[in-house]
Design a binder for this molecule. Structure first.
Ligand SMILES: Nc1ncnc2c1ncn2[C@@H]1O[C@H](COP(=O)(O)OP(=O)(O)OP(=O)(O)O)[C@@H](O)[C@H]1O
Ligand SMILES: [Mg+2]
Length: 303
């Protein structure tokens, strides 16, 4: 399926496809009186694009924060599965379970969980290439400073990292932008750079929080294609948060739906689309939007 030979695997997981890679088990998270997550359980399968959808405030980002260690749920646990490299005869390597729920974000990143944020978190004055190189820092034995000074082992390390970063640039078609400061780029391209930075970690699991938010239909379609490329060409397992149900239906293997912190559906895109609870949650949200639009229109008339 590869269109060109990649020297580096961007997929950091050694799990066989079809094995569970992430288990979210009865997770509850409260902020004062608000139940951001209420007894949420589902499993992400290795090799899948797993979408998490739901209306505003449903708990999607909170869920991602519980996986990546920024929030610690009061109840339940999140377990990441990893595996050792397969034996030369192809026998799958031994599997390991990691309880993420009490680990720091740094430890979780070292286990191979990479993420992008709902609001772009890049160094806007640095170039695309520099931002992506910083995405490699977790794998670097020599400091960024030593790499810059360009000495012996640090230099060899820099070259290997640079090759991997160039492959990410190639996969995400960022060649034309590589030397430009990120802050000077169009919003849609910045979102792609963020995807690239997460990918530079060679993730065992990639968490994307609304990578298509704020985009027009054409940009969304482009981004969906890059996410698919990441999955198909690089073989990375992805948890994809998105607001717009239609966007995820084409590219996901499985969809979990949150509403007011509760998991209201979990299944194939077809199953979820036909689920009355999901239709209700989304129609309800649309009604609200309509109310807001009508209120704004009325205000305009009154003025
Ligand atoms: N750090 C926090 N402190 C207090 N309340 C929070 C915090 N983070 C999230 N919440 C609350 O938890 C609920 C879920 O928020 P969350 O951001 O997870 O929703 P979301 O599904 O990502 O929404 P959106 O589609 O708008 O991004 C909301 O009621 C929100 O106000
Ligand atoms: Mg969110």
């Amino acid at each position: 399926m590869l269109t060109r030979a990649y020297q580096h695997s961007l997929n950091g997981s050694q799990l066989s496809a079809g094995r569970p890679v992430l288990e979210v088990d009865q997770v509850s998270l409260r902020f004062g009186g608000v139940k951001a997550l209420d007894d949420v359980s589902f499993t992400v399968t290795s090799g899948h694009v797993h979408a998490v959808i739901g209306p505003n405030g449903a708990g999607k980002s909170s869920l991602l924060n519980c996986i990546s260690g920024l929030y610690h749920p009061q109840q339940g646990q999140v377990v990441l599965h990893t595996a050792d490299a397969p034996a030369p005869d192809g026998t799958p390597g031994q599997e390991h379970r990691h309880r993420l729920t009490r680990l720091s974000p740094h430890r979780i990143a070292r286990l191979g969980v990479a993420r992008s944020f709902q609001n772009i978190e890049l160094f806007s004055h640095l170039t695309v290439l520099e931002n992506l190189m910083l995405g490699r820092h977790i794998h670097m034995r020599h400091s960024v400073l030593a790499s810059m000074l360009w000495f012996g082992p640090a230099r060899r390390q820099e070259i290997a990292h640079r090759q991997l970063v160039e492959e990410v640039i190639d996969l995400l078609e960022l060649q034309a932008h590589r030397g430009k400061p990120v802050g000077s780029l169009a919003y849609g391209i910045q979102k792609r750079v963020e995807l690239g930075r997460a990918l530079c970690l060679q993730p065992a699991l990639l968490l994307l929080d609304e990578p298509m938010a704020g985009m027009n239909a054409e940009e969304k379609e482009d981004m969906a294609r890059y996410v698919l490329d990441v999955h198909e060409l690089a073989g990375v397992s992805v948890v994809l948060i998105e607001h717009d149900m239609n966007v995820v239906m084409d590219i996901s293997h499985r969809v979990s739906v949150l509403d007011f912190g509760k998991l209201i559906a979990d299944g194939t895109p077809e199953e979820v689309k036909a689920d009355p609870a999901v239709i209700e949650a989304y129609l309800g949200a649309e009604d609200e939007d309509t109310d807001v639009r009508e209120a704004v229109a009325r205000q305009g008339e009154e003025r």
